[in-house]
Design a protein around this ligand. Structure first.
Ligand code: TYD
Ligand code: MG
Length: 454
């Protein structure tokens, strides 16, 4: 008898190999290759069984625009991350740490959708109907048109979809779903990829939205192949930690909207509640008249957000100073500190320097550079920055302050939250003061900025 053929599949990138390797030759991940049964080609599916089928290209000009077709999920911030509502026929993948609120958010969305659009199917391979109902009661959900299906077999799920004809489907989670057509274990790359692909076809064929919940690995990416992110239309991640009350959902990929858009929620006793004014929330606990704290205006997707940057500079107890950052890129901060030493003469060599974005937000925009520099300088000089002053601007290696995008939007947000002065790139200031009625101080270099601040 012929031995069944096996292949080794990298669980991180999906790369296949004939023999076992300690390190994946494709993505470089260690110990990620797992033995799987090679997939038998189904009868008639091979090349020889191929039959020509009539296909016809459609003229671009004849295709109707679909923009109005978006459907509201009933949860404002969720609509926002998706780019302004749900596009029918879209496949959305939602990842995040265990216990961060994935199931909670989607149960809320499923409830709202079932009330406004029609039957919604919630497939759960992780919890029983009772457990989901218990959560639903906590959320105050009384949905009549919401159907729960504790099932993990793909074929059974599809069968039920045929019968129920839902207007939206939630799958909690994609790692638990397996197809009987494939012999690999549930949760393996082949299974996850096949299941996701089947759901994609289902979403397109029925033009209904399907939401897949995905587990994430220790390093924070969605478990299973990176390829999964290529299959789906939209990838959303829950960001930040569970220690905060607020939850941030970020679109890292979106075929139908701006990537990097974020939705901000507060976790309450009765589920996730959209935060109406995020800037206000992030500045809530800001200390007054303390050295090392400054407010900067950054853009998250299409929305401006004011955040507090904190820096602490203190004499080191060891030979060389420690550098730690949270919420900003450590290398970027190292670069800005080197610039500060060389151009402005702020000697940090013998100091520990800590930089933190208050509230657990992560920003990776060059426009926060000036804020980081101002916070470090403020702590170094032990001089507080005026509480009604905000700063933003990109800083270059020679200490020059460069223009940023969306300067008006940022300044307007600062004004809306009661800031009186804004220190910003001089090339961005034209006409701003007259337009907004706040003091816009244009600076060309870090030195000028520090002069204006202190
Ligand atoms: P859950 O949605 O089960 O997380 P995930 O599906 O991402 O693993 O969220 C569970 C957490 O949320 C749990 O720690 C309790 C908390 N929670 C609330 O604070 N309020 C609520 O109304 C609900 C339903 C959950
Ligand atoms: Mg869950």
């Amino acid at each position: 008898m012929k031995k069944p053929e096996t292949i080794f599949v990298c669980q991180s990138c999906g790369h296949q190999s004939r023999k076992w390797l300690g390190k994946c030759s494709e993505c470089g991940e260690w110990n990620s290759l797992i033995e799987e049964r090679a997939q038998a080609t189904r009868k008639g599916a091979g090349r020889s069984g191929f039959k020509l089928r009539e296909v016809a290209a459609v003229a671009y000009s004849e295709i109707e625009s679909q923009d109005e077709a978006r459907v509201s999920s009933g949860v404002t911030e969720f609509d926002r991350v998706l780019g302004g509502g749900i596009v029918p026929g879209t496949l959305v993948l939602i990842g995040g740490d265990p216990g961060i609120g994935k199931s909670t958010l989607l149960l809320q969305v499923a409830d709202k959708l079932s009330a406004n659009e029609g039957a919604v199917l919630y497939v759960s391979g992780e919890e029983s109907e009772r457990q989901i109902k218990l959560r639903g009661e906590r959320l105050g959900i009384g949905a009549k048109n919401l159907y729960l299906l504790p099932e993990t077999n793909l074929e059974n799920i599809f069968h039920e979809v045929e019968r129920l004809n839902p207007t939206a489907i939630v799958v909690d989670s994609i790692q638990t779903v397996f197809s009987a057509m494939i012999e690999s274990a549930p949760g393996s790359v082949s299974q996850v990829r096949e299941a996701a692909h089947q759901f994609l076809l289902l979403a397109k064929n029925r033009t209904i939205p399907i939401f897949l919940i995905g587990h994430i690995t220790k390093d924070g990416s969605i478990a299973g192949p990176k390829a999964l992110e290529h299959v789906v239309d939209t990838v959303l991640y829950f960001e930040g930690e569970r220690h905060h009350n607020h939850r941030i959902v970020r679109a890292v990929k979106n075929r139908f909207g701006a990537a990097n858009e974020i939705g901000i929620f507060e976790m309450t006793g009765s589920g996730l509640v959209p935060v109406a004014n995020p800037s206000q929330m992030f500045l809530q606990e800001r200390p007054q008249n303390v050295a090392g704290s400054v407010v900067t205006a950054c853009m998250e997707g299409t929305r401006p957000l004011l955040v507090e940057i904190q820096a602490l500079v203190s004499k080191t107890k060891y030979g060389t100073g420690r550098r730690m950052t949270q919420g900003v890129d450590q290398n970027r901060v190292a670069l800005l500190m080197a610039m500060l030493e060389r151009r402005v003469g702020v000697e940090l060599l013998g100091d520990d320097v800590f930089v933190n974005i208050a509230g657990g937000l992560e920003v990776d925009e060059p426009a926060v550079d000036l804020g980081v520099v101002a916070a470090i300088a403020s702590s170094f000089r032990n001089t507080p920055i005026d509480a009604q002053t905000a700063v933003f601007g990109e800083v270059g290696l020679t200490g020059e302050v460069r223009a940023t995008t969306q300067a008006v939007v940022r300044a307007r947000e600062a004004q809306a939250l009661g800031f009186k002065t804004i220190i910003m790139p001089s090339s961005n200031t034209s006409g701003l003061e007259r337009m907004l009625g706040l003091r816009a101080v244009g600076v060309r270099s870090v030195e000028e900025a520090l002069d204006a601040l202190f």
